[in-house]
Design a protein around this ligand. Structure first.
Ligand SMILES: C[S@@+](CC[C@H](N)C(=O)[O-])C[C@H]1O[C@@H](n2cnc3c(N)ncnc32)[C@H](O)[C@@H]1O
Length: 336
């Protein structure tokens, strides 16, 4: 781990050569399967993060606006309910919506520390320096890492309640079993009777609305999807013809999740130089790049219960598109 300290900002960088390995392992694993697949965390190089920000501004992409509306209406209530002194945020990105919570904590006089964790170093550093300017006295302890592997590096809680925020519906990027395991690991960051999980989940709705959100008119989501191939080309010396892959997004009605895929327009052989690997694509063969699970109240409660958490308040936007929920480690509820 590499630590840098500057004034009120500490940044621990846990990603290094071993993580180029993680991309290499995922590519080797995912592109040699009968049904090809790569995990969505590799979308987010600097260009991918910029494209995601543009997606958040698209009229079709309602999740960001809906979650923001909930935070605008309820940040003060969330802070009053939890007494949050510390905010840990997983997959923090640019922390655009999080600022509403930090402002509410500051107004309530409880704000002490913000701990953002994301794979994108540049965003962690930029956000950290902006936030210490905006909130004098705030300590930011950033972690450049992977929340699937690096949760044990989140610093021990200080005095006062901790809220762990996992926003943007990112939890939906995991299939049910992995999702419950991840939620259980997140639960270990919480002290019973004191700390809270604030979880953003997108809700099941009209498939047309869902599909439009992942297949916008101007093609920004398509560019974001194809950027994954640019990452593999750059990092692993591959020769994907990026323009020869078509963006596909559909709602799987049985599993109630969105799938994003890349479809090969023609037969292709791709060389992944760093792995000495040749990958064949048949015409119209698809590579799955993301799932984004949508939630019903039952699915949300089921996942949290299986992870040892008890669901408390569930807040939604006026159109009922998105939910933000507060939950606590179950022992606390049993003891209450
Ligand atoms: C869908 S975006 C959400 C960003 C922000 N939380 C929001 O609500 O707008 C997902 C974020 O999680 C980060 N991310 C994805 N997988 C990750 C992982 N395994 N570990 C750490 N960060 C990850 C990405 O870099 C990106 O910033």
């Amino acid at each position: 781990m590499q630590r840098t300290v500057s004034g009120d900002v500490v940044v621990d960088c846990l990603l290094g050569p071993a993580d180029e390995r993680s991309l290499a392992d995922d590519v080797l694993d995912g592109l040699t399967r009968p049904f090809k697949e790569l995990p969505p965390k590799h979308f987010y190089d600097t260009r991918g993060a910029e494209l995601f920000d543009r997606i958040c501004e698209l009229p079709e992409y309602y999740p960001t606006r809906a979650e923001r509306a909930i935070l605008e209406a309820h940040s003060d209530d969330i802070v009053a309910r939890t007494g949050a002194a510390e905010l840990v945020e997983l997959g923090s990105g640019t922390a655009a919506k999080t600022r509403l919570l930090l402002r509410a904590m500051d107004d309530a006089g409880t704000l002490r520390r913000y701990v953002p964790l994301d794979v994108t170093e540049e965003m962690i550093r930029r956000t950290a320096s902006e936030l210490v300017e905006e909130h004098p006295g705030l300590v930011v302890h950033g972690i450049v890492g992977d929340f699937e592997r690096h949760l044990p590096y989140v610093p021990a809680p200080e005095d006062g309640p901790r809220v762990v925020a996992f926003l943007g519906g990112t939890v939906g990027n995991f299939p049910p079993g992995t999702r419950r395991r991840l939620l259980r690991a997140i639960g270990r960051l919480l002290r019973p009777g004191q700390d809270w999980l604030l979880l953003g989940t997108d809700l099941v709705k009209d498939p047309e609305v869902l599909e439009a959100a992942y297949d916008d008119g101007p093609g920004i989501t398509a560019e974001f999807n194809r950027n994954l191939l640019c990452v593999v080309n750059r990092e692993l010396d591959a020769d994907f013809d990026v323009g020869a892959f078509e963006h596909v997004a559909f709602f799987d009605r049985e599993r109630e999740w969105i799938e994003m895929r890349l479809r090969a327009c023609r037969r292709m052989r791709v060389r992944v130089g760093a792995l000495g690997l040749d990958v064949e694509f048949a015409p119209r063969e698809e590579l799955r790049t993301e799932i984004s699970a949508k939630f019903t109240p039952e699915r949300l409660a089921g996942d949290l219960t299986a992870a040892g958490l008890a669901l408390g308040d569930v807040l939604t936007d006026p159109d009922g598109l998105f939910a933000l929920s507060l939950s606590t480690p179950r022992r606390a509820v049993a003891a209450a």
